[in-house]
Design a binder for this molecule. Structure first.
Ligand code: SAM
Length: 255
């Protein structure tokens, strides 16, 4: 069967509208990103060299650059369209960001010239099949500086199937209720975002019985992903925060 909205990340309109809407329509978006940043402050990492995987329009990178004035970042994403929105957002930090256009499964490591001390990702790794998630987690471990941290904030299954299903429906409820709070200048972006979201509903609810392919939303239990991080060698692994479908998981590469 034809994959629904397979090329969604390669549309300029999608990239622009995602950038404008994600902090409003994705439940807990800022809360979860800020939680990861807070952990970094608590850990007191001396020099932050961040690698953000599937960095999209650069919102998380912007927060890190603002919070940590001595930090520098690698932006990695396979979409030219998202990258062009990020370049606009991050214009004033031009000399602190390196842009890498690559698919997660290709050889992007050769373009990283300094070992990252922090690797993050939000709402991106769940598009990979299980074996490719594992390969990416392993790559992150190998690449991280010793003492560095890896965080993945992502759509994940929870402990039971019925609770997972509720989390999927909660996103619909959350997105729909934003209609009543959205300012006039954002209403067309909101409508465009909701149109794309109707395909998400088709993929994850109406067609939930159809086997997932790479690029779909391949939700996996956070417990299985934590096991995977531990098997690879990450220490202090935990689910640091959770809000409905989104889990902030991660671990440290020990010295
Ligand atoms: C839903 S957006 C999230 C963007 C950003 N992390 C955020 O939370 O705002 C997913 C991003 O992951 C990127 N992406 C998805 N699959 C990818 C892959 N296999 N390799 C590289 N980037 C990928 C997309 O191009 C898109 O920019």
């Amino acid at each position: 069967m034809e994959q629904i909205d397979k090329n969604r990340f390669h549309l300029q309109k999608m990239a622009v509208n995602y950038d404008k809407m994600c902090q409003i329509t994705v439940p807990g978006y800022d809360f979860l990103q800020n939680a990861a940043i807070d952990i970094l402050k608590f850990e007191n990492i001396e020099e932050i060299i961040l690698l953000d995987l599937g960095a999209g329009s650069g919102i998380l990178i912007e927060k890190v650059l603002k919070e940590f004035p001595d930090s520098s970042c690698y932006y990695l994403d396979s979409s030219d369209e998202f990258m062009s929105v990020a370049k606009e957002r991050l214009q004033k930090y031009e000399d602190r960001v390196n842009y890498i256009k690559s698919d997660f499964c290709k050889n992007w490591e050769s373009k990283i010239t300094e070992k990252p001390t922090v690797i993050t990702s939000m709402s991106a790794i769940h598009h990979l099949q299980t074996k490719n998630k594992k390969k990416l987690y392993q790559k992150c471990y190998d690449m991280l500086e010793e003492g560095g941290w890896f965080f993945n904030i992502d759509e994940m299954k929870t402990v039971t199937e019925d609770a997972y299903l509720k989390n999927l429906y909660y996103w619909i409820y959350h997105a729909q209720k934003q209609k009543y709070t959205i300012s006039d200048d954002l209403s067309s972006s909101y409508e465009a975002w909701m149109e794309k979201f109707s395909n998400w509903k088709k993929r994850n609810l109406d067609n939930a019985h159809i086997p997932k392919q790479e690029g779909d939303d391949i939700h996996e239990p956070f417990l299985a992903q934590l096991d995977c991080l531990r098997e690879i060698g990450f220490t202090e692994t935990d689910i640091f925060s959770k809000h409905m479908l989104w889990c902030l998981i991660g671990g440290k590469k020990s010295f």
